[in-house]
Design a binder for this molecule. Structure first.
Ligand SMILES: O=C(O)c1cccc(C(=O)CC[C@H]2O[C@@H](n3cnc4c(=O)[nH]cnc43)[C@H](O)[C@@H]2O)c1
Length: 246
């Protein structure tokens, strides 16, 4: 009997916030790129990987990601995996500037209600969800290939600018390694389509008191390019058999 043909590499959508992050990811995938206009955003197609600068913040990131997922599904070429990627703030000491983090949990850290007794997550108000969980085996494989630390990636709508807020977030989320603004929005869109999600972040600044001089965006973008270079073979050999979670 002839050997079965190898499964095609998974179709992957990488959603960054801004074009400079998208271009840092694209540098890891040499070859010609096609541009495909969508409502509100443009896809950059590099083989079986599509890259989108989905916008800053969870709402725009969710809308753009959902548009790309829907367009792919309607074209009969649905994605197998969505990756939220970009720069982030890092919580000390686990995620120093320049380091890489792959999320085993993507958490909406400020989705809820403030009360006299503290913050209540939206789930305790009886709504929705506050966390998505990427496929465990893929997270482990990516950490091994890239040297990324594994932990929770927080998504916020307001960038932390004080030590007190950083401490409050860490008290509520002791496993948090990063803070960024898109991961949960991207994950909500992926979950609505039943597609697994990852979040990969390169740390550009510490989470804490506002200090623009301490930002190392260039270093973080270079770390992102290097990480996606190491990630490519892992993604290509990954088989999307682990069920998507919510
Ligand atoms: O002006 C400031 O103080 C300031 C501080 C942190 C981030 C910003 C941004 O406008 C960048 C938002 C953009 O980058 C990601 N990002 C990077 N670092 C962080 C962070 O510490 N907390 C939240 N988001 C961060 C984020 O995902 C956005 O795409 C301005």
């Amino acid at each position: 009997m002839p050997a079965a043909a190898p499964a095609p590499a998974p179709r992957v959508l990488v959603a960054t916030a801004v074009p400079v992050e998208r271009d840092a990811v694209a540098q890891a995938f040499p070859g010609p790129a096609d541009e495909l206009p969508l409502p509100g955003a443009t896809l950059l197609r590099l083989g079986r990987r599509d890259l989108i600068a989905a916008g800053v913040g969870p709402a725009l990131a969710a809308a753009s990601t959902a548009t790309a997922l829907t367009a792919a599904a309607l074209a009969g070429t649905p994605y197998d995996l969505v990756v939220s990627a970009g720069i982030a703030g890092g919580f000390a000491p686990g995620a120093p500037v320049g380091s890489l983090v792959v999320a085993d949990e993507i958490t909406a850290a400020d989705l809820g209600a403030e009360t006299g007794d503290g913050f209540l997550p939206v789930t305790e108000l009886g709504f929705g969800t506050t966390a998505h969980h990427p496929p465990e085996s893929l997270v482990r494989a990516i950490a091994a290939a890239t040297g990324a630390a594994v932990g929770a990636a927080l998504t916020v709508s307001t960038v932390t600018g004080t030590a007190a807020r950083a401490a409050a977030l860490r008290a509520r989320h002791p496993r948090a390694l990063t803070e960024a603004m898109e991961g949960f929005g991207v994950a909500e869109a992926a979950a609505a389509h039943g597609v697994p999600v990852l979040e990969l972040r390169a740390v550009s600044n510490p989470v804490g008191p506002r200090d623009r001089a301490a930002w190392r965006i260039g270093d973080a973008l270079a770390a992102l390019t290097e990480a996606f270079g190491k990630l490519a073979p892992v993604l290509e050999s990954w088989s999307p058999h682990e069920p998507a979670e919510s």
